[in-house]
Design a protein around this ligand. Structure first.
Ligand code: SAM
Length: 376
């Protein structure tokens, strides 16, 4: 919970973000409107919509943070204008269409937490024709980076900081997207605009962008940095570009090189970034033509999968229940709309003593299955 609280405190204390959303929401939301706060977290954006005169706000959030929204909005006196849905929006059946969808799931690179699919699905199923999506457009940006702090994310695995047995993890770190806070003087070139996307429209499943950088000075290239500029409505924008004084209090997405490369002023560096955004996968290729060097990385290579889990995805595999599946099936078979939770606990313990090594483990498992698969 501490990390979750920190995360949401971060959003709530970002003055630039709040000011821009407030301006955009006041502009878009009119009295009589129904608004969906999609991925509402603490509920701050829905609160701004209520203050702007919305008749109704639907708060949608898949995590327990929804309870912070519920209490805050209720205490603010808006309980009769709010509904709270604890669900993943992709699993939410279509509701009465709304006038405005507001969302901040823009991440560090704009698309890196699944925003494109999230808003395309929400617009198609939840928005009135002619309704407004906030943010409405996204500019994806890339920079060439020199940064000792960024370099450390990789070198810490090889410089004696960790016991020798773990040094190979630098290869995992090199294939990972890192959240970093860059300053303007960390940029050797850029941000270059890679793409401008209309949010809410269906996006290609795979996106690929290339750009050429020219190094501003003799330097060491540590990698690439992704950032974004999001147009909320009209000309109201927010960005995490390190070049802007009025940027969001939000990191950039650092895409490393495993080993830094020395370059000279004026040297050209070519970069390609590819993504399968719905799955949060990013690949990047960095080419130094003058030095005939090319490096290629992919966040897929940093997923810590064992071979057994990997082979589970084979379409030709015949799927048979494992012990956990058998246990889940048993628990669900006792949910007949009449039995109490205590009766289900007793039945599982009595009929399936072999499922878990201890009664405590059985109890915890039953509670978890009931929480996820039954309504209150
Ligand atoms: C970046 S936070 C923003 C929270 C809040 N809107 C704000 O501006 O402070 C995004 C939130 O969206 C939630 N979320 C992401 N995808 C979701 C989905 N498909 N359905 C419901 N909630 C989602 C996350 O759990 C997270 O709390």
């Amino acid at each position: 919970m501490a990390t979750t609280l920190e995360e949401h405190a971060g959003y709530l204390t970002d003055r630039i973000k709040l000011a821009r959303y407030q301006e955009a929401i006041s502009h878009a939301v009119q009295s009589g409107h129904t608004v969906m706060d999609l991925g509402c977290g603490s509920g701050i954006l829905g609160l701004l919509a209520l203050r702007a005169g919305a008749d109704n706000v639907i708060f949608v959030e898949e995590t327990d943070v929804l309870e912070i929204a519920r209490r805050s909005i209720t205490d603010a006196g808006y309980a009769d204008k709010a509904s709270f849905l604890r669900t993943n929006s992709f699993e939410l059946a279509a509701t009465d269409p709304v006038d405005v969808i507001v969302c901040d799931h823009v991440g560090y690179f704009g698309f890196d937490y699944g925003l494109l699919a999230l808003l395309a699905d929400a617009k198609k199923r939840f928005l009135k024709p002619g309704g407004i999506v906030i943010p409405e457009r996204l500019t994806v940006q890339l920079s060439l980076v020199e940064s000792g702090e960024c370099r450390k994310r990789i070198t810490q695995w090889q410089d004696g900081s960790v016991p020798a047995e773990f040094r190979w993890v630098d290869a995992i770190a090199a294939n990972t997207k890192h959240a970093v806070d860059l300053e303007a003087d960390n940029l050797l070139d850029g941000p270059e605009i890679l793409d401008e996307l209309t949010l809410g429209e269906p996006a290609e499943e795979f996106l690929s962008w290339s750009t050429r950088f020219v190094c501003a000075r003799d330097a060491t290239v540590d990698g690439l940095a992704g950032s974004f500029s999001a147009t909320l409505v009209d000309e109201i924008r927010m960005s995490n570009s390190p070049l802007l004084d009025d940027r969001l209090n939000r990191p950039q997405a650092f895409l490393p090189l495993q080993h830094p490369v020395a370059v000279t002023a004026g040297e050209k560096v070519d970069a390609t970034v590819m993504c399968r955004h719905k799955d949060h996968l990013i690949a990047w290729i960095v080419n130094f033509p003058r030095q005939d060097l090319t490096f290629s990385y992919n966040t897929f290579n940093s997923i810590l999968l064992d071979n057994a889990r990997l082979s589970q995805t084979q379409p030709t595999r015949v799927a048979a229940l494992n012990d956990r599946g058998i246990a889940r099936k048993a628990v669900l078979s006792y949910c007949d709309g009449k039995r109490t939770v205590a009766e289900i606990h007793n039945l599982v313990r009595k009929e399936h003593p072999e499922l878990f090594p201890t009664a405590e483990a059985t109890t915890a498992f039953v509670d978890q299955v009931l929480a996820w698969n039954t309504d209150h």
